[in-house]
Write a protein that binds this ligand. Structure first.
Ligand code: HPA
Ligand code: ZN
Length: 352
């Protein structure tokens, strides 16, 4: 089967994306328009010229540091701009066949070089993302990202406290992202204790993306992470793998991102299949689709073409994501039914 046919079938499958950054999911056309409006110093001649800077391009260095340099914070001038990119990210996910999206964002990212305020950004993103999800008939939840480099703990405490009050607006938990080489988990124990103490906010932590299995273990044990962003280095330590299995901690794996950041050298040798065989709850996610120039369906295509995964394997990964979603029991049950039904309907369409 040719790639285009596979992608069309994959698009029709009901997918759960637990790991997508709003900052990395913005349309190039929109960035171009917002950049021109603000007169930012970027190559704004065309989507192609802008993409040369803000997207990952073939031949560029494969390193986490290079990749993190792609996140520019110069686009937004108003809450309306923030609302617009939030809505578009949800529309685009729905277009890819995502039925439950957990969209993460750093309120502080949208405030740099602007007069916007983090708590107001949270309100703007949550209200528009939720409304866009309802419009498209998909579930949308928000996760608040803290960047390891920032460490503005007073601001973070206020954000955690507000996030805990925003469950009805779709805010389900928090995330830790950024440079895990320079800023290990130990620096964030107190703020993540505050998250756990809310009793309602869930936690996911980017860990063991490029560093080590030990950082995966400490994210679970010291930061109370219920899921791990990437966590691919866990494969190096049997004890960490058993910790993940025992606690049912899901790994939010984003293969194309792992390849572009150099955390995995060859997609063929990605640790996902091995972790899957060992019983770890592995899931497929998109990370920063606009930067990677990919969609969630490309991630599933990697599973098919590189690891010889079939429809039953994809369904298993999808069910892992359903069980790991930051939803309450009734919502999980409804999502489980929706995904099962979608897979049943897809049988006989060409994927085996
Ligand atoms: N790692 C760390 N921080 C990030 C990433 C990532 O893959 N994507 C966006 N922020
Ligand atoms: Zn990420």
């Amino acid at each position: 089967m040719i790639r285009g046919e596979r992608l069309a079938i994959l698009r029709g499958l009901p997918k759960v994306d637990l790991h997508r950054h709003l900052e990395g999911a913005m349309r190039l056309d929109t960035l171009l328009e917002l950049g021109r409006k603000r007169g930012v110093d970027m190559p704004l001649d065309s989507p192609e010229s802008l993409g040369g800077v803000v997207c990952y391009n073939e031949g560029e260095p494969r390193s986490l540091a290079h990749f993190l340099g792609k996140f520019h914070d110069v686009w937004y001038a108003s809450y309306a701009d923030v609302e617009r990119v939030a809505a578009e990210a949800v529309y685009d996910a729905a277009e890819e066949g995502v039925v439950h999206l957990e969209l993460r964002f750093s309120p502080e990212h949208f405030c740099r070089k602007t007069s916007l305020k983090p708590l107001e950004v949270m309100r703007a993103v949550a209200s528009r993302a939720r409304a866009a999800g309802e419009e498209m008939g998909i579930g949308a939840r928000l996760l608040i990202t803290f960047a390891r480099e920032r460490q503005d703990f007073d601001a973070w405490k206020a954000i955690v406290d507000r996030a805990a009050e925003m469950a009805d607006e779709g805010v389900a938990g928090v995330d830790l992202a950024g440079d895990e080489f320079g800023h290990p988990n130990e620096e964030f124990v107190r703020i993540f204790q505050r998250v756990a103490d809310t009793g309602s906010l869930r936690a996911t932590v980017h860990a063991g993306e490029g560093t080590s299995a030990a950082q995966v273990a400490s994210a679970v044990e010291r930061l109370h992470a219920q899921r791990i962003g990437h966590g691919v280095q866990a494969i190096d330590d049997e004890a960490v793998v058993s910790l993940l299995v025992r606690r049912g901690v899901a790994l939010e794996i984003c293969p194309i991102s792992n390849h572009q950041t150099g955390c995995v050298h060859d997609l063929q040798d990605h640790p996902l299949p091995a972790l899957d065989r060992l019983g770890v709850r592995v899931t497929l996610n998109s990370d920063d689709p606009a930067i990677h120039r990919s969609t969630i369906n490309d991630e599933y295509d990697v599973a098919i073409t590189r690891w010889a995964y079939g429809l039953a394997d994809l369904e298993r990964l999808e069910m892992n994501a359903v069980e790991a979603a930051f939803l309450d029991e009734d919502e999980t049950e409804a999502l489980r039914d929706r995904v099962r039904r979608g897979y049943q309907e897809s049988r006989g369409q060409g994927l085996s």
